[in-house]
Write a protein that binds this ligand. Sequence first.
Ligand code: HEM
Length: 509
Amino acid sequence: MAATPLTFPTSLHRRPRPVTASVSERPSPPSLPSTKDQTRPKLPIRKIPGDHGIPLIGPFRDRNDYFYNQGRDEFFKSRILKHRSTVYRTNLPPGPFIAQNPRVVTLLDGKSFPVLFDVSKVEKKDLFTGTFMPSTELTGGYRMLSYLDPSEPNHGKLKQLMFFHLKSRRENVIPEFRSAYSEMFDSLEKEIASKGKASFGLANDQAAFNFLARSLYGAKPAESKLGLDGPKLIGKWVLFQLAPLLVLGLPKLVEDLVIHTFRLPPFLVKKDYRLLYDFFYANSGFVLEEAERLGISREEACHNLLFATCFNSFGGMKIFFPNMMKWIGRAGVGIHTRLAGEIRSAYRESGGEVTMAAMERMPLMKSVVYECFRIEPPVPLQYGKAKRDMVIESHDAAFEVKEGEMLFGYQPLATKDPRIFERAEEFVAGRFLGEEGEKLLKHVLWSNGPEDESPTVGNKQCVGKDFVVLVARLLVVELFLRYDSFDIQVGASPLGAAVTLTSLKKATF
Ligand code: HEM
């Protein structure tokens, strides 16, 4: 299918421009497996190690390890050691009674993982959330775009509609971001002044929703029936979809029974969803008209707009922005000072305006954003069902997979693969600087595809890829235009990190 041009050209739009700056903090070029692999003799075929255990017992045991006994990272890493392989068989949560078939083949290195992006080899139907799909009662009775395989006719039409929507609102992104996030930082400063600390997550929820509503729909939630409740309503609705995959911190037995064994009944969230739907329907006339031209009903289009805005976009910003604050906060005052210097001088050169061109002159800022995506990809779990029998290669062996088997990748292990990235576990602010750094971008995979490729109607790469990179950059720019440095405390949360700001040190230069 024809490639669709993207709407928010970052430097990586077609031919990426090198990220250049003279900082000492770049690791030496890693030895990449790519070109050598094509000439190397084929790797030995190895039987996929691991098993799924006894029905019901195996999935239950694995689920307990995953959520409670080991935790997600340890669950995968300990089995890599046990099987001496990044490709193995296991069960994944939730399992019975929510998912009939919890069996997967794991792809836990940067070489095997990308097969999940190849839609000629894997089917992506109904597996956005993994081995189970939430009830369509939560989305107006429709299967949303995220759950459609590119072979389904509606996939192309709906994705085209999303491209149209983002493109038609592109001029509003920078001004509305700056306005919503200035309000956020103003209120965080006041809270820190009075209480000594402030939750970044809560403030970010309001700012993200306001920004999305204003930039993409020209609407102010506070002036609608939603008031300030938008983020809370979305949170509850998302919980009803993702609960089987989350740890909420309830007593273990209760939690496992209530959210991992049975589905929460959708009717409990129907009223909340209706409020959100009415808000989007009232404010998206221009997109709904385009939908009708493309042969999609206004109703189906509106449910999809709600989903893309509230689940994909708001959900993504809710997870990723606190994570960025965590990693940049921990990077320390030295990196903060360099970021502030770089960002402010490019800003001044562009006449005191934040523009796309000004951001191109902020190479360390761009590298830092990519490093945040690499070290903790915001959507870490990816799935694909083998369309046919095939052979998948890890760095060490080749594995035969049968048609219909569920393939699963835990992305943080692919983007922290020590055979691709040096100092893979460390946050290296300048990792993507220069020609050599730029070559590594193809191993940054957060958007369900390599960072140097683009979403099209024929693939499953994130529609919002360029939009997301842009807003992530804007957060870092806003932060360091206003502040020299900041301090944080980090706690756990069901989605992403719970970041508390304990200081925001105002710009002094
Ligand atoms: C931090 C923010 C975001 C993250 C981390 C993110 C991540 C992802 C990922 C990983 C996928 C592929 C899921 C899979 O099939 O396994 C995806 C798909 C998708 N994303 Fe995003 N996304 C974000 C923001 C957005 C935004 C702003 C939009 C705006 C419209 C969007 C719309 C979509 C859509 C419609 C799909 C399905 C694409 C298709 O079916 O071809 N996302 N996203």
